[in-house]
Structures are given as C-alpha cells and as structure tokens.
Design a protein around this ligand. Structure first.
Ligand SMILES: C[S@@+](CC[C@H](N)C(=O)[O-])C[C@H]1O[C@@H](n2cnc3c(N)ncnc32)[C@H](O)[C@@H]1O
Length: 230
C-alpha cells in the first residue's frame, strides 16, 4: 500500500517534523522535509543546557533554514555544493556570502554552535566522510538526519518509494553511531526526530570543565562569605 499526504509519502511526513511544500531541491519528495530550526534549538538546549547563538546549515539548498534561523535571532550561515534557482526570500543570504557555494570538504572548520546536515552526509563516501566530520570539531552540536538502512527497509514494507540511490551512503543506525564515535563525537539518536545528535568530545569536556570552574568559584564565594560571618 502506498501512503501519501499532500503528495508526500507518509513515511517522511512522520519522520520529519517540518515540511516545506514550496521547496524541492532535487525533485524528490523527501527533499521537501526537514527538522525546523526551532526544534533543533530545543534539542540543543536539552543536551547542552544553553541556547545556541549561531546556526550553520551544511547543505543549505535554497536557504530556507538559514532564513528561519536568522528570523529566530541566530547568527545564521550555510553552505551548499550546488546553486539552486534563486528565490527572492533567501537571495540576500547568498549575496552577503552567509551561504557559500562550496563543498563542505573544501570549507573552513565550522564554528557555529549548532550545525545541521539534512541528507548531506549521505552524499559523501567512507573516505570523505571523516574529512567532513573533522570540519565539525568546533561546533557545539551537530544534528544529522538522513536515510538509513532501517528507513529504507521500513518504507519498502509499506510500499513507499523511498529513493535509494546507489550513489548514496545508506548504512544502518549502528554504523552511523560508530562513525560519529570513531570521529571524536559523543552521540545519541533522538527517537522523536529520528536524527543523530553529535557533540564533539573536546567541546563537551570543555563545558564540563567550565561548569566545574563556575561551581568551584560559587562554592568558594559561599565559604568566604560564611567565614566572614555574612
Ligand atoms: C536534502 S538537502 C538539505 C536542504 C536543507 N538543509 C533542508 O534541510 O531543508 C541536502 C543538500 O546537501 C547538498 N550537498 C551535497 N553534498 C554536499 C557537500 N559536499 N557540501 C555541501 N553541500 C552538499 C546538496 O546539494 C543538497 O542541497
């Protein structure tokens, strides 16, 4: 049985929380879905305990997510290997250079608090993926969402035509979890949004150290105050 909703497969409608009916990056229905920046910010806050101040869309396509992030008050930027036909709402981000046309493999290390890859990592291969992941070693958190072996199998069961291009890196959830771990990230799989939330280990260690320093300062302040009889 094939299940569609507004021309898009139910599978993808359920998988992603956000749907842009006006966007179609490469002519396939699933490219019209994503996770809203707002929801990504929520996932970031839950894991990092702070608000992100900047957002980087790796595979920004026509730039709608960069625009959403900008409208939410984040410092927004992005990159895409291809230039899609311009749309008026997002043209200014290309003109200003906030969105660059370049491969992530040729880009400078990403420094945004929150980085996002929707499908982009599956364009890479087992040799180039670690090179790309290195670019995210300075972010606060990387959210990656893409088709996995499990997605393809689940969709085949309902007869939905998930596009499984041979050239894409379709691997199991476990495979992806290990890739993140083996490339310097602490990772969990968000079952609600069906995405990987990867935090560079060095950044996590730094936040824990900062937390320890603040707690120690606070504790020291109390001890001094009490010893002075305040
Ligand atoms: C599914 S679209 C994501 C669109 C948008 N970020 C969203 O979530 O709505 C994936 C994008 O990744 C881009 N892409 C593929 N390989 C890339 C690379 N090496 N560097 C940068 N972008 C790449 C593609 O051109 C495509 O536009």
């Amino acid at each position: 049985m094939r299940c569609y909703f507004f021309g898009m497969s139910i599978y993808y409608f359920e998988k992603y929380s956000h749907f842009y009916p006006f966007r179609d990056t490469d002519g396939l229905d699933y490219t019209m879905c994503t996770i809203s920046v707002w929801e990504q910010v929520r996932m970031y806050c839950v894991r990092k305990g702070s608000m992100p101040r900047s957002f980087f869309d790796c595979g920004a396509a026509v730039g709608y997510l960069v625009r959403e992030a900008d409208m939410l008050g984040l410092r927004a930027s992005g990159i895409d290997i291809r230039r899609y036909p311009p749309v008026p709402e997002t043209e200014k981000y290309f003109a200003s250079g906030q969105i660059q046309i370049k491969s992530i493999l040729d880009a400078a290390p990403v420094t945004a608090d929150l980085a996002y890859c929707n499908g982009t990592l599956t364009y890479l291969n087992e040799v180039t993926l670690p090179i790309a992941l290195k670019k995210f070693q300075n972010v606060g958190m990387l959210i990656a969402v893409h088709n996995t072996t499990e997605d393809v199998q689940a969709a085949f069961k309902t007869g939905e035509p998930i596009v499984h291009r041979e050239s894409r890196l379709i691997r199991s959830n476990d495979w992806w979890m290990n890739i993140f771990r083996n490339n310097g990230f602490r990772v969990d799989f968000d079952s609600e949004n069906k995405c990987f939330c990867a935090r560079p280990i060095k950044d996590d260690a730094a936040s824990k150290y900062q937390g320890f320093v603040s707690a120690t300062r606070l504790g020291g302040g109390f001890i001094r105050a009490f010893s002075r009889g305040v």
